[in-house]
Write a protein that binds this ligand. Sequence first.
Ligand code: LLP
Length: 410
Amino acid sequence: MTGFGRRDGLLVCDGVPLETLARDHGTPLYVYSGAAIDESFRRFDAAFAAVPHLVCYAAKANSARAILARLARLGAGADVVSGGELRAALAAGISPERIVFSGVGKTDDEIAAGVAAGLLAIHVESVRELEKVSAAAAASGTVARVALRVNPDIDARSHPHISTGLSENKFGVDIARAREVFERSRALPGVRMAGVQAHVGSQIFDEAPLSRTACELATLAVSLAAAGFPIETVDVGGGLGIGDGALTPEAYAAAVLPPLRPLPFRVLVEPGRAIVGRAGVLLTRVLYLKREREKNFVVVDAGMNDFLRPALYGAAHAIEPAGRPSDESVFTDVVGPVCETGDAFLRDAVLPLPREGDVLAIHDAGAYGHVMASNYNFRPRPAEVLVDGGAARVIRRREAHEDLVRLEAE
Ligand code: LLP
């Protein structure tokens, strides 16, 4: 069995009982299935096999070095959004000609690093950024490959915090102005305008915004190529959702490929969550069972600082006991120790009645989990464990108090 499931009543990750991992490594603990990551990457990659393509894994979803290195070995490229992610991707063995560099606010240092690395593309989001990339490349005697991120004014119908393709959003250049920006680039010696990109949002369940985006990009790329620009790539971004009702990678490819398939461009795609989301859980231990005025609270040792999605987006992540579930159930909130009311993982949920000390698994925590953890309340960030071929290894140790105070001064 790949990923998470029950064996002899116990929840296991690739055969390893999660209770054992919690006992050996402590909680809160992120646990990833290496086999599930491989499987989702391979399946996604295969779904695009009908066209020349590159899957540029969105490193922001989970930038653990062991995971980046694993994906590199499977042939993944990367979509990075900061100088830090660029360094992490290169260090993990992803070659620069497989890396695209996104981001609406790159610093001069980040632009210089992107230019020096010789990336597949720097995705520029404004004319000013384009000028800066050109200047940086020209100063170092090179020409940077650039793709323009356009904003197609398409509603991804996802959570407003993670919808990015509306004209009111900060991302990209209005698609109606794309031609003008490309024309402007003719006077810039340090850039080769080799592609177009759009990313309209994340955790998208609906194929319409995804296929519309692909259509808009295809039309734009054809017209730019006809105008003499050396278009090589069309990048449809990421955004494929996970969970009940999500599109399969095959359905996703079927939604975006029709307008692109006949064209002579390489298709780039930047999935993050779809590759790692389901391949991770957050393990947490029950500290207390509390009942106040008819309301039950299961108080656990993980907080919103460890896993922010429920507090930030109201995201519902299924929770189940890692051990044998009790036959009795309870109507309860599952809350963390942080001093905020928003620090709740589930509200008004029905769960098998846990006992103090039980380990619970919070599902679908492989993407935007550890990477969004913080030290709020002076809490050390959790360790991360990767299960690989039946063996578990720590790929990032738990922070110690000393790690938190190390950078402080009197
Ligand atoms: N490409 C670009 C340019 C992006 O901005 C993103 C995500 C992706 C690709 C990958 O999107 P994915 O395939 O993972 O949906 N923290 C939020 C998600 C923020 C996504 C930001 N950009 C969450 O926890 O839901």
